[in-house]
Design a protein around this ligand. Structure first.
Ligand code: DAH
Length: 351
């Protein structure tokens, strides 16, 4: 019996040490197996009861059963504790803090020229115009001939126009130098009456700080009956004030384009200095900005579009979208629009 007592004490103390180092439900389960499992230390002692004398057996049994109950109780209690701490740890790890600020991603945006194009097209749609598009690879017939630009005109020069190699075709192919050929294509396609705007890329052999070999224009064309010059003036005033979001002074200056007669140019009040700064870098101190060429469509252009100029007349205008974007958004170098470097637009400009 004395022997059993020390064995019970041994089990109790090694169990105590094992319990102290069991810090997870897994290690606790291992511990349980080690002491109470089929081959466990205590189980082995219980099995040895048979070797006790009949007088000793009840006492020994009682002592071992008590010990087993004690171990089971302690294991159960510890198990509850461990489950709680493990659950709390898992919860802390999974926790989503909905108040945490996001990591922040740079937002995409339209290119300033696309933005400008959408704004101008939107205003023109508001006064009844539709969008018409034409090819960037154009024939010299539409780009020049139909528009009264004679072979000797400087615009036709190799210095100004990107021609494709001469492949013997009657009509040479080129990169359109303006959006005006879309006037002819649209008249041929839709007939009269017609109100269209034609935005798009155009190309010229030019490359310096204020000229890019590719740039953007928007063309406008209205063909109706008895159109007067005042309708043109009113429409363009509407467009400029709408685009810049305020009433701007304007003036129509006599000019020349082969495809309009008479021809004019529209100047608006300088959007930077309103004419108040003789050193203004935008208007060069003149107080005015040239923004748009226009005129009453030449009868021979109307005819090239398959429309009888005796019945219909109209006006056309053309302007540079890049310049409009630069003026509205305060971009001071054309190259920022095309070099693909967005940092200028993300920082405070003028960089
Ligand atoms: N096509 C001209 C250019 O590229 C701009 C222009 C002027 C268009 C007068 C027109 C117009 O429709 O009437 O410089």
């Amino acid at each position: 019996m004395g022997d059993l007592k020390t064995q019970v004490e041994d089990v109790r103390s090694s169990f105590g040490a094992a319990m102290a180092s069991a810090n997870s439900t897994d290690s606790l389960q291992e511990l349980k197996v080690r002491f109470l499992g089929r081959k466990g230390t205590l189980t082995a002692l219980l099995k040895s009861l048979g070797s006790f004398s009949p007088e000793e057996r009840p006492l020994a049994g009682e002592a071992l059963n008590e010990l087993r109950d004690e171990l089971e109780r302690k294991i159960d209690r510890k198990k509850q504790e461990l489950i709680q701490t493990e659950d709390a740890a898992a919860e802390a790890e999974d926790k989503i803090d909905v108040t945490m600020p996001s990591r922040g991603r740079p937002r995409g945006a339209f290119h300033p020229v696309a933005q400008t194009m959408h704004e101008i097209v939107g205003i023109m749609q508001g006064i009844g115009y539709s969008v018409a598009l034409g090819p960037e690879i154009e024939e010299d017939y539409y780009n020049f001939e139909c528009l009264n630009i004679p072979p000797w005109h400087p615009a036709r020069d190799m210095q100004d126009t990107f021609y494709f190699p001469d492949d013997g075709r009657e009509r040479r192919t080129l990169l359109r130098t303006h959006t005006s050929p879309v006037q002819i294509r649209a008249m041929l396609q839709y007939g009269a009456p017609l109100r269209i705007v034609c935005p798009g890329k155009v190309y010229r052999r030019d490359n310096d700080p204020t000229h890019s070999p590719m740039f953007n224009q928007i063309e406008g064309l209205l063909i109706e009956k008895d159109v007067s010059f005042s309708v043109l003036k009113g429409s363009l005033r509407e467009l400029m004030n709408g685009f810049f979001g305020r009433e701007l002074k304007n003036r129509f200056r006599a000019s020349y384009f082969p495809f309009t007669e008479p021809s004019m140019e529209l100047d608006i009040e300088c959007v930077e200095c309103s004419g108040k700064n003789s050193g203004c870098r935008v208007c060069k101190g003149t107080g005015w900005l040239e923004v748009c060429g226009m005129g009453m469509v030449h009868p021979s252009v109307v005819r090239s579009g398959g429309i009888d100029p005796e019945k219909y007349n109209g006006f056309a205008f053309g302007m540079g979208l890049d310049r409009m974007a630069m003026l509205k958004y305060g971009i001071n170098d054309l190259r920022y629009l095309f070099n693909g470097n967005v940092s200028y637009f993300l920082s405070g400009r003028d960089a």
